[in-house]
Design a protein around this ligand. Structure first.
Ligand SMILES: [Zn+2]
Length: 341
């Protein structure tokens, strides 16, 4: 592509870079979506990078903003669109997953509904204006303010081997060791919905607990540069990128709280657990009764609940099994949709 790159009223000519915002009409209100458009002078793919789909996930937002500042059109083949705050209501007002507008977690409703609730309209806007035109899509998340997280890259398997191979290649290029597969592309996660439309897409999870960690953000920017080199958007370096030693995992199970009370975990994200192992307990503050919490599966914990106070249904841990040991008899597609991506 060497023509004008336009999103709504914002545009960049070939060889140009434009920063600004574009209004998205959500029915009951309008929100301004910040964008950086980098239009290379030379032809190549269009890569779309979003962050700030959820609130309180600061590393991804920080990295996207740093990348947008650094990319120069003279270095770019093709086009790069960076959206550091895809969901301004949750990022600026809530710092959680559910939108203050309507209580909807946008990463359960992609590709959205242009006639739906405000958050569904925002999802539809992001797909229509950003994702649908992409040759590759990257969505940057972090563990939430109350979540511990082991960094990983996720993607979904489709029935298109060529598409899956492209997503796998993107995932391995980011310099993050753990790659977690979902065995289908069902559900409302942004990268799943993109994959269903034939767009190679990855979810990047980096950072946790609402921490602002400059080193983590810089590492993620480096990883995104590696990804852009891998996609041919940036020139290769003199010393070629070494692919990270990749370990493949498959979503195997999520553990939800069954009681209201105080949560005392006995693990942190990144720990390996064995089926039926006690991974923590919930104490009822009314009567002091203890509820033991066990993992139903063997694997590695990628998300863990850090908050002390939990209610039934709260996700306490999301666990993936090593792909080489995965038996294929669980329902990882469903689990992947429940994992707080
Ligand atoms: Zn998220």
């Amino acid at each position: 592509m060497t023509g004008t790159l336009s999103v709504g009223s914002l545009s960049a000519e070939p060889g140009g870079k434009t920063r600004g915002s574009v209004p998205a009409d959500l029915g009951t209100l309008t929100v301004d979506i910040p964008l950086t458009l980098v239009n290379g002078a030379r032809p190549g793919p269009r890569v779309v990078i979003t962050a700030g789909v959820h609130g309180g996930e600061f590393t991804g937002i920080d990295a996207a903003a740093r990348l947008a500042a650094r990319l120069e059109p003279g270095d770019v083949r093709g086009q790069v669109i960076v959206c550091p705050v895809a969901n301004p209501p949750v990022v600026y007002q809530g710092r959680v997953d559910a939108s203050p507008l309507d209580g909807v977690n946008i990463n359960r409703v992609f590709p959205g509904d242009p006639d739906g609730r405000p958050t569904e309209r925002l999802a539809a806007w992001l797909f229509a204006h950003l994702v649908d035109g992409a040759d590759a899509y990257v969505d940057l998340h972090s563990g939430g303010i109350d979540e511990t997280l082991r960094d990983f890259v996720g993607y979904r398997l489709t029935r298109d081997a060529g598409l899956d191979a492209k997503a796998a290649d993107m995932a391995r290029s980011l310099g993050i060791e753990d790659v977690v597969l979902g065995l289908n592309a069902d559900g409302g996660n942004s990268h799943a919905a993109a994959a269903r439309r034939g767009i190679p897409a990855v979810l990047v999870e980096s950072g946790q607990l609402g921490e602002r960690d400059e080193d983590a953000a810089r590492r993620l920017v480096d990883g995104l540069h590696s990804l852009l080199r891998r996609l041919g958007v940036l020139d290769p370096r003199d010393t070629p990128d070494e692919p990270a030693p990749a370990h493949a995992w498959v979503w195997a199970g999520a553990v939800a709280a069954e009681a209201t009370g105080l949560w005392y975990p006995e693990f942190t994200a990144g720990d390996d657990v064995t089926a039926s192992q006690v991974i923590g307990h919930i104490i009822d503050p009314v009567d002091g009764q203890e509820h033991k919490v066990r993992t139903p599966v063997t694997g590695r914990v990628f998300y863990g609940m850090h908050a002390l106070t939990v209610a039934p249904g709260a996700e306490l841990a999301a666990i993936a099994a090593s792909a080489s040991e995965h038996s294929g008899n669980s329902d990882p597609g469903e689990t992947a949709d429940r994992a707080p991506a």
